[in-house]
Design a protein around this ligand. Sequence first.
Ligand SMILES: [Zn+2]
Length: 428
Amino acid sequence: MMKITAVGGYKAVGRNMTGVSVGKETVAIDNGIRLDTLQMYDPDEVDVLAEKTVDELISMEIIPDMRRLKNVSAQVLSHGHLDHIGALSINRPRVPIISTHYTVDLCRKEYKEGNYYSMGYAEPHEISRDVSVEFFEVTHSIPFSSIVVLHTPEGDVIYASDFRLDNHSQIAKTDYKGLRRIASGNPRALIVESTRVWDEGKTSSESVVRSKLSDVMEFIDSGLIIATTFSTHVERIQAILDEAEKSGRTPLILGRSFSRQISIAEKFGILHLPPNAQVYATGKAVKRALSEIRNRDDYFLLVTGHQGEPESVISKIADGRLQFKLKKGDSAILCANTIPSPLNVATRYILETRLKSRGVRIFDNVHVSGHAAREDHRYLLNLLKPDHIVPCHGSLEMRTGYASLALEEGYEMNKNIHLLVNGGETEF
Ligand SMILES: [Zn+2]
């Protein structure tokens, strides 16, 4: 028998954690935070985490309750987004923490004292006598994302959260061949994200953002350009900086999270800054860099704040806190969607209203999602053909969407489709 425990991410998007138990042993997969809830309490995202106890953070629904898992032998991590790794520094697992080299580098910034083991793709690593883990490359919106496979005496457990199938990515490739190898063995269970399974069709490739972006850039001939995107989305940052370079402007990259992510991405050789690009992390340095701008037509700013977060650089510029004035004829390119939580909708609305009130032109939603849509999901399901399915990472409505897809493909509710809630478990 094998037991799957839903720890976090089985009620709303965020704070992901799933337990897989075989025999007396349990492997924890992911250890994330729920970012929108955290920001609701604390725009800086720091004080609440430092001041509240583990119990309080669990009851505030910010972190998963890891204590539900007994006899944990390893903590495995699928990729470096905070909703998958952000609770490490609070739950502080003492067992080996295993992921790809890049993800482990990101984790070290969150939780320094961890007992890390980093590894490459498609090379199994023994966790114990009975269980080993193997990572398969998959495309998503952060480099070195993985589909995690646990090899156990009861068969393989495949964990696919998060992914999209982008066959034109410039920095990643989905390992279809490796996944076919897993499918031809004993694929016992698929634990799979559900955030966009109600969206028909297939998620577009990142190459679509490249052409959207160059279309917008051709349209802008004067004024300051200020762009924002996800600091972890290295492929998109590269696309934005490539356009900045083509335009002949000087790129200024402003904000702490960009500076941190860029240094790791450069170390791994997956990001190449234009030679004249300048990066400023601290508030003081950002202010100084902005004060030196003379001719606005010569600059391209890449700044933090794609959701209009109040402490981000774009929000501080828009409300005048950095003593730099936006003017009529400047342009803002928002290379992100609004993540549909009430807080994000509100902060984005405030940001866009402030930008417009200063006469800034807004180019919104230069973006494609990092998550699989319905037909991507159907493709992966038919490729793997697992015995059992556990939809994860999503509200009940989202996970029901996955269940409806699985029903279409011949699976049966409560027989081999398992809808869980946080704290729930299933055995097969
Ligand atoms: Zn993700």
